[in-house]
Structure formats: structure tokens, C-alpha cells
Design a protein around this ligand. Structure first.
Ligand SMILES: *[C@@H]1O[C@H](CO)[C@@H](O)[C@H](O)[C@H]1NC(C)=O
Ligand SMILES: *[C@@H]1O[C@H](CO)[C@@H](O)[C@H](O)[C@H]1NC(C)=O
Length: 337
């Protein structure tokens, strides 16, 4: 075999070992055939290869707790409850080498409050490639499951995707956006993967993370936050228990929640329901400041104020909460800078 061919062969072995997560044990005869020098060569080659190509390995997938904590503190605004739950849930799950089930989070709240953003922060602090990682998968009803008549096709497709991706990498993350728009029944089809099974058809789903995003419960959360505001109480005093009833009523009894009537809830497969509060003027200012910083321009408080003043607030009389949260800040900033 020419050195060049050997080269290619080695590279192929590495591609394969990367795809199957662990390095396959090389059979003894081949191992003997390969001289010690070659082994050394292989080792260094391997490192170079892993360095350049995303693999399902600790070089590319490692949880950074400090990073997540810092991101939640400095980049997410007005969400003291969600922040706390997310940090605890993800840290607990990622530091357990042998979880009994995958982590299942259900994030609830009005548009623009940071549900997508938090999913991104989680991905950023687990995968070196963040949301661009080939192990992070986002599903939206409009993009992936648009036609209600194809429900059965979608169900089997979704099952195959999840199975295929988890087979490739146990540490996969699946984000389901706009759960309110998903047909009831679609999510039911992946229920077994969220459960306490050691293995299904030889595949273990226990190290995967599933995140469901929805507006369901948003109105109830707003009402609770508004009641607090009206009573003159500090928003930071709001606790999960103040919102739990609101959340469960809207999630469990709302036909549009997408989780409706699913056995996800019956079987307690969702580990955490996470409420996102509506954002106030000061949070919109913070978002604008952070956005300027992220763009590499010096944060300017006057500009941030201008942007925040330009945002629409509700209820009509009190004007407490931003209608679109921090969603339109980026484009407004383009206008003012
Ligand atoms: C974890 O995150 C912190 C804060 O962003 C960063 O300083 C640190 O380098 C990260 N650690 C690793 C191992 O990436
Ligand atoms: C992984 O999921 C994506 C959708 O995000 C899908 O297109 C792809 O076919 C899946 N991979 C496997 C191996 O099933």
C-alpha cells in the first residue's frame, strides 16, 4: 500500500470512528501490523482531524456552567425565574453521567421574552459550534410540518430523524419552536424517546435534550405579573409557585398548546415548565444596550432610551409591558444609529 493510500485509509477510519461516537477497537492483526510509529502518527492525525471536524466528542461537546451562568446574568433580561430554573436544570442534567431520562424543558411566555434566546444560550454553552452544531436540531411547524393532512408522514419522519440523530450522537439537542402551532398528536409520536427507557431498539435517548417553546400560558403569566405590578410589589418577588397554577391551567387545558392531551403531561415526561415574564421599559433599554455592545459600538444610553420609547406597551392605560418584548429592538436600533 502506498503511503498516500494508507493516508486515505487512516482518514476514513477516523471519519467512521467520529460518526459512531467512540473509536472502534482496531482488530489485533491490524494493530500488530501497524507499527508503533504509525500509532503515533495516527494519534496526532486523530487530534488534528477532531480539531477541524465537529465530532460527538468532548472536544466539541462540553458543558460550561460558568459560561451559562454568566450569559444568563448578562444577556437575558427580566427573567429571574427562568434564569434560575434553566441553570439548575441544565447543570444538574449535564453533570450527571448516567441520567435516567433525557432532559425535557417546556418554555412558556409571550413573544419576544427570550425563549428562543435561552435555547441559544444553552446550545452555546454545551456545543462549541452553538446553534450551528450539527447536533442541534430546530423544528418549526411551519417549516417542517406545514400540512395537517400529512400528520402520519410527519410522525414517522420525526421519529426517524430523532432516532437517526441520537444514534449518531447521544448528546443531541432538539428544539421545537411554536409548539402552539404543532398538531396535537405529532409530539405524542416522540413520547417514547422522552421516557425512562434504558434503550429503545438499541438506542439510548437519555443524554439528549428536548426543548419545547410556546406562547401557551403567556396570557396567564402576563396577568400574574400585572397583578404584582398593580399591587406595587417588586417583580423579582414573583416566584415560580405564583405562576404554576396559571401555567398548568393553560398548558393542560388549552387545545392550542400542542402539548394538549398528550401523554407527555399525563406521564410527567416534561421535567420543567419554565415561565417567561413580559418585559418592561427598563428591560427593553437593557436589550438595546446589550445589542449595541454585541455590535461592537459603545453602548449609548440615550439611544437605548429612544429605542425603548419607540416600543409599544400594554395594557393601554398602564403601558407596563412591551408588546413584542425585545423582538424588534435590533431593527429599531438600525434606525436610530
Ligand atoms: C466558560 O465560559 C467562561 C465565561 O464565558 C469562559 O471564560 C471560559 O473560558 C469557558 N470555559 C471553557 C472551558 O470554555
Ligand atoms: C437529523 O435531523 C435532521 C433534521 O433536523 C434530518 O434532516 C436528518 O435526516 C436527521 N439525521 C438522521 C441521521 O436521521
Amino acid at each position: 500500500m502506498s503511503p498516500r493510500k494508507r493516508h486515505v485509509l487512516l482518514l476514513w477510519m477516523l471519519v467512521c470512528s467520529c460518526a459512531t461516537e467512540a473509536i472502534e477497537p482496531i482488530s489485533t492483526s491490524i494493530a500488530v501490523g501497524m507499527a508503533a510509529a504509525l500509532t503515533g502518527f495516527l494519534a496526532s492525525y486523530q487530534n488534528i482531524f477532531y480539531y477541524f471536524h465537529e465530532c460527538c466528542r468532548p472536544e466539541w461537546i462540553a458543558f460550561n456552567r460558568t459560561g451559562l451562568q454568566l450569559d444568563l446574568q448578562t444577556k437575558l433580561f427580566g427573567q429571574h425565574i427562568a434564569s434560575r430554573i434553566i441553570l439548575k436544570a441544565v447543570t444538574g442534567f449535564m453533570s450527571n453521567d448516567n441520567p435516567k431520562k433525557p432532559l425535557v424543558l417546556s418554555l412558556h411566555g409571550w413573544t419576544g421574552t427570550g425563549k428562543n434566546f435561552v435555547s441559544q444560550l444553552i446550545a452555546d454553552n454545551i456545543y462549541k459550534e452553538g446553534m450551528d452544531s450539527s447536533f442541534v436540531h430546530v423544528f418549526t411547524s411551519e417549516l417542517h410540518f406545514p400540512h395537517s393532512s400529512h400528520l402520519n408522514t410527519y410522525k414517522s419522519q420525526l421519529q426517524q430523524w430523532i432516532k437517526g440523530n441520537v444514534t449518531n450522537c447521544g448528546r443531541s439537542m432538539f428544539i421545537f419552536d411554536e409548539m402552539d402551532k404543532m398538531q396535537p398528536g405529532l409530539i405524542d409520536s416522540i413520547k417514547p424517546y422522552l421516557d425512562y427507557y434504558e434503550k429503545l431498539d438499541g438506542v439510548s435517548y437519555r443524554k439528549a435534550i428536548f426543548i419545547f417553546l410556546s406562547n401557551a400560558g403567556g396570557e396567564g403569566i402576563i396577568q400574574a405579573a400585572l397583578d404584582f405590578w398593580t399591587a406595587g410589589r417588586d417583580r423579582e418577588e414573583l416566584e415560580l409557585k405564583d405562576l404554576e397554577t396559571v401555567l398548568s391551567v393553560s398548558v393542560f387545558n388549552n387545545k392550542k398548546s400542542g402539548l394538549w392531551h398528550t401523554s407527555l403531561i399525563d406521564k410527567n415526561l416534561v421535567d420543567f415548565f419554565v415561565p417567561f415574564l413580559p418585559l418592561e421599559y427598563r428591560h427593553v433599554v437593557e436589550c438595546a444596550m446589550a445589542e449595541m455592545k454585541a455590535r461592537g459600538v459603545p453602548p449609548n444610553h440615550n439611544v437605548a432610551d429612544q429605542v425603548a420609547k419607540d416600543v409599544v406597551y400594554f395594557p393601554k392605560t398602564e403601558r407596563v409591558f412591551s408588546v413584542k418584548g425585545c423582538k424588534t429592538i435590533s431593527s429599531k436600533l438600525d434606525y436610530y444609529t
